[in-house]
Design a protein around this ligand. Structure first.
Ligand code: ATP
Ligand code: MN
Length: 467
């Protein structure tokens, strides 16, 4: 076969240089047709659309044709011609075909219409489906949207460590990191484990958040953001929780809670607009196949201000709903941590738009949140989204050393491991704020997927660590 440099299917479909000989490579989605002419749908991941290859059966070896099976990988030289069929502009009239990789009839993606559960079991192959190709292209584009937003605003991309030794956030939710021989653990006299001989000489774990380190960066470089994996060993088997997920955590010096909310709202809207501007083919597919209101919902969020109210006001609305006969699974009262059903009631039933809840009871929020003068609430802000509930959690941080230390003690947070964090309050402290956006929660909203396992390539959840 004549050596021609490969052109991506996405470029070929846009091309109008009809009559030229080009090379396309990809995986066969299907082959159909008659004894005389076959139509091969070829996909190379560059777009959701397939390139149609027209094969004049009689001018090819029968053995080659037989091997053009669903799942096989082929390289085709052919003439780019204007497509007869509607929908796309170009197709390829095959001149020469090489089978790069065969796929026999054990290939699991033979026919369409597999369940999402089945596709999770073949996560190594599911990016070859239309659905997951679309989801993962959108995932890439959303990552670009994140960097674009912060870079243009003068934030620095700052990397927090994934292995940490401070357990002030994730009490009980952390994955331990050790090189010790678990069959022969060295113990202290009192029966506790002796970490002196462990890799780091102390107990270490995977991070649950890069926030504490991001605060250090903000208190030196002004504004920064992290964007990396975080880990939570929470044994909650829900459609919104992963044991390994990606979080975006901006942190800004000299910013108080209102500006923090403004930035969060602007940021989310930037990402949604980016999706509409850059991923419309994929989003349209998902809209058609999974969620007929997807595009409408994205537009709606873009075009409306998020409703801002306090936790106290929110709880009042929920209590009124209960009084009027609305049934929630979990009880709601001032002081309760709101469940997803409560958050979604406020968003979907009551305000019918995204909500930012502020000023939560201090007991249900972290020790580092700035305390209000009422001595009951802290300057937290959670952004709640339709279909999802909490998508962002943030706050103004307590910049006063004394108050911070007092609160840590009350909440039994071990501060001896975070002397470096307390130093920011000791030396040149300043008001500052930040928030965390769960990347996969954003993706749930943008793709219309209903299970968080379907917006990350290889989900990690309780009892699932395959691939
Ligand atoms: P939730 O109440 O939903 O468990 P959280 O209050 O524990 O969330 P934060 O600690 O505030 O969440 O984390 C910030 C953001 O990270 C959340 O708003 C959410 O978008 C995301 N997030 C938290 N936990 C998970 C998880 N297990 N899997 C995926 N995303 C998560
Ligand atoms: Mn949680």
């Amino acid at each position: 076969m004549e050596k021609i440099r490969r052109t991506k299917v996405s470029d070929l479909l846009k091309s109008e240089t009809f009559g030229t000989i080009v090379n396309a490579r990809g995986w066969v989605r299907s082959r159909r047709g008659s004894k005389k002419v076959n139509f091969v749908a070829l996909n190379d991941g560059s777009t959701i659309n397939n390139l149609q290859i027209v094969v004049d059966v009689e001018s090819f070896d029968e053995e080659i044709i037989k091997k053009i099976t669903t799942g096989s990988c082929i390289s085709v030289n052919g003439e780019l011609v204007a497509s007869q069929g509607k929908g796309q502009s170009a197709e390829l009239q095959a001149k020469d075909i090489v089978i790069l990789g065969e796929a026999d009839n054990t290939y699991p993606l033979q026919k369409k219409g597999h369940t999402m559960e089945f596709l999770r079991e073949i996560a190594h192959l599911r990016p070859r489906t239309n659905t997951f190709g679309a989801v993962f292209r959108i995932r890439h584009n959303m990552a670009m949207a994140v960097h674009d937003f912060f870079h243009k605003k003068g934030f620095y991309y700052f990397n927090a460590p994934l292995i940490t030794s401070s357990d002030c956030e994730g009490a009980g939710e952390m994955f331990q990191v050790t090189t010790m021989n678990l069959y022969d653990l060295k113990k202290n006299e009192d029966g506790t484990i002796n970490y002196d001989y462990d890799f780091f000489g102390k107990q270490a774990a995977l991070t649950v958040s890069g926030q504490l380190e991001a605060e250090l960066a903000a208190m030196s470089m002004g504004a920064c953001y992290t964007f990396g994996p975080t880990f939570r060993a929470e044994n909650s088997n829900t459609p919104r929780h992963l044991a390994e997920f990606w979080m975006i955590e901006p942190e800004m010096a000299f910013v108080e809670i209102d500006e923090n909310m403004d930035l969060a709202e602007e940021f989310v809207k930037h990402c949604l607009k980016w999706a509409l501007d850059n991923c419309m083919e994929d989003i349209s597919f998902l809209n058609k196949m999974f969620d007929k209101e997807l595009i409408e919902r994205i537009h709606f969020v873009l075009e409306h201000d998020f409703k801002r109210l306090t936790y106290t006001e929110g709880v009042k609305i929920l209590e009124e709903a209960v009084a009027k006969g609305h049934k929630f699974e979990y009880p709601v009262f001032w002081g309760a941590d709101l469940a997803s059903e409560h958050e979604r009631y406020l968003v979907e039933d009551h305000f019918k738009r995204p909500v930012i809840l502020t000023d939560y009871p201090k007991e249900i929020k972290s020790f580092y949140m700035k305390q209000n003068d009422d001595d009951k609430t802290v300057r937290a802000m959670d952004i709640l989204f339709p279909k999802i509930g909490e998508i962002i959690g943030g706050s103004q941080r307590e910049e006063n050393l004394e108050k911070l230390e007092k609160r840590a003690k009350e909440m039994e947070v071990p501060t001896k491991d975070i002397w470096w964090y307390l130093d920011t309050r000791r030396y040149g402290t300043a008001p500052h704020s930040g928030f965390g956006l769960g990347f996969e929660r954003l993706l749930l909203f943008v793709t219309g997927m209903t299970n968080i396992r379907d917006v990350i390539p290889f989900p990690r959840t309780p009892n699932n660590c395959e691939f």
